[in-house]
Design a protein around this ligand. Structure first.
Ligand SMILES: [Zn+2]
Length: 368
């Protein structure tokens, strides 16, 4: 038997009635349709998923390849980095070196700058450098010349020292000879005083007759009483007879003026000279005259030649010395010289020496 089941659906607008069998058919159809749709969708999805998987695999493989490549690249980069690091280290070292070099260069640069400044300054003076060079050369030459001069001066000094020593000794000798004691410590004063004294003494020795009037062979007769060879009586001999060959030179014993140059009966050819301070000298038995009356003669001048004129027993010179026109003994005057200057003032009493000492310091050691 068939059972009809009805389903009533009520809504607000009304009610509808549906048979169960019809509904069952619809449901079955719907389920079939849904199943088919599901299978289709599932298959499609599966296919889709498969294709996606394939794509993913492909992607994966690609990515793997990429990774490998990247890894290799990475390793290459690492090697390169390592190399670069080495290079960098070297570069750093180089840089440090360079920095050091740079600081050196800075110092050098400063030095160079300073040198350059100096050079620039010097450049300004280039002209004067040439001048300086030439003046340096001149200075060197001058120095060499001065050194040579110095050597000369040293030699001169040495010889001057020698001369001064010699002069000192000469002064000593002179003082000894002049019989003087002068202060030794004042050389200039000593020299001056010596010079004055010597001049004064030489003046007196040039004025008052002294020394031999002739270079005689010997003295035949001295001054004084004697037995006269011609008169045959004891008579006064007023001079000294010097034996000398005819033509022997006769010299003036002091400065003076010729008072007489004449021939006399007893004296033969005769000369008389007037000297200073009241002295006169005469020369008898001459061979000739070499001076005239009124002529001034100096000590040591040749005035005549000796002979044998007048009353004479042989060639000789009769030499007389007069003081205030009176003959005195010439012996001390003939011996008189600069070395025994003082002696005559005590030996010869016939001359008033004291008043002459007032005019000239004849004897420095004897106070008056
Ligand atoms: Zn005589």
């Amino acid at each position: 038997m068939k059972t009809n089941m009805v389903i009533t659906l009520t809504t607000g607008t009304g009610s509808k009635q549906f048979a169960m069998s019809k509904i069952a058919r619809y449901v079955a159809l719907a389920m079939l349709t849904a199943s088919i749709g599901y299978i289709v969708v599932s298959n499609w999805l599966l296919v889709q998923t498969n294709s996606n998987l394939i794509e993913l695999e492909q992607d994966h493989q690609y990515l793997n390849g990429q990774y490998t490549t990247l890894l290799g690249t990475q390793q290459r980069y690492r090697k390169e980095l390592s190399q670069l690091s080495d290079v960098f280290d070297k570069v750093v070292q180089q840089r440090d070196k360079l920095a050091l070099e740079n600081s050196r260069i800075d110092i050098l640069s400063e030095t160079l700058s300073a040198i350059t400044n100096e050079r620039d300054k010097l450049k300004v003076d280039t002209g004067s450098i040439a001048g300086l060079k030439s003046s340096l050369t001149q200075t060197r030459e001058e120095r060499d010349r001065l050194q040579a001069e110095n050597i000369k001066i040293e030699r001169i000094n040495a010889s001057l020292d020698g001369n001064l020593t010699a002069l000192d000794k000469s002064l000593d000798d002179l003082e000894k000879m002049l019989n003087l004691q002068l202060p030794k410590n004042y050389t200039e004063d000593r020299f001056e005083r010596l010079s004055i004294l010597t001049k004064q003494r030489l003046f007196l020795l040039n004025s008052i007759p002294n020394g031999l009037p002739i270079k005689a062979i010997r003295v035949n007769d001295g001054y004084g009483m004697r037995y006269h060879p011609i008169k045959k009586t004891r008579t006064m001999h007023n001079g000294i007879d010097y034996k000398a060959a005819k033509g022997t030179a006769v010299y003036a014993p002091a400065d003076g003026v010729v008072q007489a140059a004449e021939r006399r009966a007893y004296s033969g050819k005769y000369i008389k000279i007037v000297h200073n301070f009241g002295f006169q000298t005469s020369y008898s038995h001459l061979n000739n005259y070499l001076v005239k009356v009124g002529e001034y003669v100096h000590k040591g001048q040749k005035i005549a030649e000796s002979g044998n004129t007048g009353r004479s027993t042989g060639p000789h010179l009769h030499y007389e010395l007069l003081y205030l026109s009176k003959a005195i003994n010439p012996e001390e005057f003939v011996k008189w010289n600069i070395a025994n200057f003082d002696r005559i003032f005590t030996k010869v009493e016939s001359v008033k020496w004291a008043s002459l000492k007032n005019l000239y310091p004849l004897n420095q050691n004897v106070q008056h």
